[in-house]
Design a binder for this molecule. Structure first.
Ligand SMILES: [Zn+2]
Ligand SMILES: [Zn+2]
Length: 365
């Protein structure tokens, strides 16, 4: 009898899933696993626990898996994008309650520090990009979101969740770091180097400002064809090494007013330096892991500007309205859908985009 009782107790503990959840865990460079992980708890009064309904994988997650981001330690749950339902809130949270559907910003903002007061949430001294980096992220059944009042957004009942997953990171990144920093104007000529999800997000949102031309540059013909459907006026495959000549001849040797760098390698930034017109702006979006040469010997007299930025996600509310009014359709970026149980397949698909034609993958938790 006694023995049986003990076994039963142990069994109960093992299946006590109220304490655990499934999560995609980073296990060091090149290693990841779908594991049973402790469910997050409220640890600060400003926290919320969100039950994830949909999340996605970002190029940044692949950088982490390569070992490019030492801030992200083994054991971390990855992911910084997603939508879900509030499960519980800390005592200081006033704008959200259990049951609310929410969009999670990839950047957590305390709302009080000097940077937050300047709307530079990415540099928040208590937050910034911490989700799926220095704290557990969204590729799980549940996530703890710090500073819930200033880092979550309400989702109206009739809104499409899949579209909104694109608002956690890539749409604001393409828009803020590329289009706004790049000063895209009516009638201007824009080049976007890199037709990945963020380059595509810049392509979609650049059209708010009616530029005369948007030239999309990439190595992948499939992505370039997609870009054409999304509104690129010209596509250039740079595989032949002649992208600069092609762009200079199509602009009458003038170059482009805005060059958006959305790859993050020396060759693509240097292409932007070569095609920028006098008075133009190079807007860097890409995450650079190695040094890039700045050719001031060619650029010193060109009146150009170069901008860098980490997405602040300050434009989420604005982009939200444009999605709801169908000015843009971020769902176009979604190419594949998976269940959380199949997240390793989702990574495989996303990491082999040239073969699988993947842009963004949706993962249903
Ligand atoms: Zn991301
Ligand atoms: Zn702050």
């Amino acid at each position: 009898m006694t023995d049986t009782t003990i076994v039963n107790r142990k069994d109960r503990a093992r299946v006590a899933t109220a304490e655990t959840m499934k999560a995609l865990v980073y296990r060091g460079p090149g290693k990841k696993a779908l594991e049973v992980h402790p469910k997050p708890d409220i640890s600060a009064p400003t926290d919320a626990i969100v039950k994830i309904t949909k999340t996605t994988i970002c190029g940044t997650d692949l950088h982490i898996l390569k070992g490019d981001l030492p801030s992200c330690k083994p054991g971390r749950v990855l992911g910084h994008e997603g939508v879900g339902v509030v499960e519980s809130v800390g005592p200081a949270v006033t704008s959200f309650k259990p049951g609310d559907r929410v969009l999670i910003s990839c950047v957590s903002a305390c709302g009080k520090c000097d940077y937050c007061r300047k709307q530079m949430y990415s540099h928040c001294t208590a937050g910034g990009w911490i989700l799926g980096n220095t704290i557990d992220g969204t590729q799980a059944e549940f996530v703890r979101t710090p500073f819930a009042d200033t880092s979550l957004y309400h989702i109206p009942a009739d809104a499409d969740e899949e579209s909104l997953v694109m608002l956690s990171d890539i749409l604001p990144t393409g828009f803020e770091c590329g289009v706004l920093n790049g000063k895209v104007e009516p009638g201007s000529v824009v080049a976007i180097v890199g037709a990945g999800p963020v380059g595509m997000a810049a392509l979609l949102t650049a059209q708010f400002f009616s530029p005369a031309e948007i030239i999309m540059i990439d190595l992948d013909d499939n992505r370039l064809e997609v870009a054409k459907r999304f509104g690129a006026t010209t596509i250039v495959n740079s595989a032949d090494g002649k992208a600069m000549d092609t762009i200079m001849s199509m602009t009458g040797r003038r170059g482009v007013d805005t060059a958006i760098e959305a790859v993050g390698i020396p060759a693509t930034f240097e292409l932007c330096e070569k095609i920028i017109a006098p008075g133009g702006t190079i807007a860097n979006v890409g995450v650079h892991g190695v040094k890039v040469d700045l050719h001031l010997e060619n650029l010193w007299d060109r009146n150009i500007s170069i901008t860098t930025r980490l997405v602040d996600t300050v434009t989420i509310p604005m982009l939200f309205k444009t999605v709801r009014s169908r000015k843009i359709d971020p769902k176009l970026l979604i190419t594949h859908r998976f269940k959380l149980d199949d997240i390793l397949d989702a990574y495989e698909t996303f990491a082999n985009a040239a073969k699988t034609k993947a842009l963004k993958v949706i993962i249903e938790a």
